[in-house]
Structures are given as structure tokens and as C-alpha cells.
Design a protein around this ligand. Structure first.
Ligand code: FMN
Length: 200
């Protein structure tokens, strides 16, 4: 299934094609493809080149590890994320290496790394669904995440599956039209709240 973005101009193909499915096919992801996703994440920019991102990965081929990671998601996400052949947790380092002060942009930079990862995944024909619905305390406990590191999101990764794999409620969401705010609502010119002329 495809759900391309309905855009006002043509975009780079993986941006146009990316969407967040809940139904994943029962098909494993090649290790070399997985490695390339983290290589893409590695080359994201970050504040002071701190690279505050950490990833923890579990694949279905290792059921014990997979179940352990699945148990770190809220139940509503477990319901569909259990279809994905790969689960990933993202973790941010909250202070700078060079002077130990708080890094206010750590989560921002984890997001940039995930942005790279998502685009690489889409280019390889893979799909990814990000989740804020995680259990940070459980992640901390299960993976012995040290102080100064914060769980940020989980990612479900794999090939798009048939929506019939989902519950009726989830299927409705899966098939729903994608929506976005118009550009004029968030691109301003000289005055706050007033659309820049390029997007009017
Ligand atoms: C940081 C972040 C957290 C999200 N958390 C959840 C989540 O916990 N559960 C869920 O089903 N979807 C979650 N999503 C997916 C969003 O709902 C989805 O990206 C949004 O509806 C736009 O849809 P699209 O990605 O298909 O364009 C999350 C997305 C992001 C970026």
C-alpha cells in the first residue's frame, strides 16, 4: 500500500513516499540494509557535533530480545508494533561531552538522526513508524540505561503489510487520508502569525 504526500510541489521521492504504517509484512530485513540505516543516522548534523544519539535494536529472529523490547512499548503500540520484524529504541545523551553542561538540543539531534534513518529506509523500500508511546522507566531498567541518557522514542521497521492484519479500529486509521496544516499556517514573514509571501 502507498500513501504519498499530497504536496504543492514535487519533493525528493523518499520524502514524498514516506508514511507511517502499522501493518508490517512477515518479511525480515537484510542485515546490510539495517546497517545502512544507522550509517545514515551517523551522518546527521548535531549541535557541536555531539552526536547525542544511541540506538538499541531487536529483531524478530531473536524472539527473546524482541519480546523484551516489545514490553517497553505502551500496550496500544504493542498491539500493532508486534507485526514489525525490527524494533529500535532511541536514546539521547542529555549533557555535552566537552563541558558536561546540559545539551538542550539533544532530542532535536536524535530527531535529525532518525530523520536521516527514515529517508534511507524509505529509499530501500522499507517503512518505519515512530512511537512516543514507550515506557522510559522500563527501558532504563531492562537495558541498564545510565543516568544522563534519556529514552526518546521507539521505531517499528519493516516492509508494509496488508491492512487486514490489523484490528478494525487500527485498519480505519491505516486507510485514513493523511493530513497536514497548510504552509501559510506555519511559515511566517516579518510578522508573527502572518504567512510569508512565498507560501500565500
Ligand atoms: C516523535 C513521534 C512520536 C510518535 N508516537 C506515536 C505513537 O506512540 N503511536 C503511534 O501509533 N504513532 C506515533 N507516531 C506516528 C504519528 O502519529 C505519525 O507520524 C503522524 O500521524 C503523521 O503520519 P505519517 O507519518 O504517516 O505522515 C509518532 C510520530 C513521531 C514523529
Amino acid at each position: 500500500m502507498k500513501k504519498p504526500a499530497d504536496t504543492s510541489c514535487r519533493l525528493h521521492d523518499p520524502i514524498q513516499q514516506r508514511w507511517s504504517p502499522r501493518a508490517f509484512a512477515d518479511r525480515p530485513v537484510e542485515e546490510s540494509d539495517l546497517k545502512s540505516l544507522f550509517e545514515a543516522a551517523r551522518w546527521a548534523s548535531s549541535c557541536f557535533n555531539e552526536q547525542p544519539w544511541q540506538f538499541i535494536i531487536a529483531i524478530k529472529a531473536n524472539p527473546q530480545e524482541y519480546e523484551r523490547m516489545l514490553s517497553c512499548l505502551v500496550v496500544g503500540n504493542q498491539e500493532w508494533a508486534k507485526l514489525a520484524p525490527v524494533l529500535i529504541l532511541t536514546v539521547a545523551k542529555s549533557t555535552f561531552d566537552h563541558h558536561g553542561k546540559p545539551n538542550k538540543h539533544a532530542w532535536h539531534d536524535v530527531g535529525l538522526a532518525v530523520g536521516n534513518l527514515v529517508i534511507q529506509a524509505t529509499t530501500l523500500g522499507l517503512s518505519l513508524h515512530q512511537m512516543a508511546g514507550i515506557l522510559p522507566d522500563r527501558i532504563r531498567e531492562v537495558y541498564e540505561v545510565p543516568q544522563g541518557f534519556d529514552p526518546v522514542t521507539a521505531l517499528a521497521l519493516g516492509y508494509v503489510g496488508d491492512p487486514s492484519l490489523l484490528s478494525e479500529e487500527m485498519r480505519q486509521v491505516e486507510l485514513a487520508k493523511r493530513a497536514r496544516k497548510p504552509l501559510a499556517e506555519f511559515v511566517f514573514g516579518g510578522q508573527w502569525g502572518k504567512a510569508a509571501s512565498i507560501v500565500e
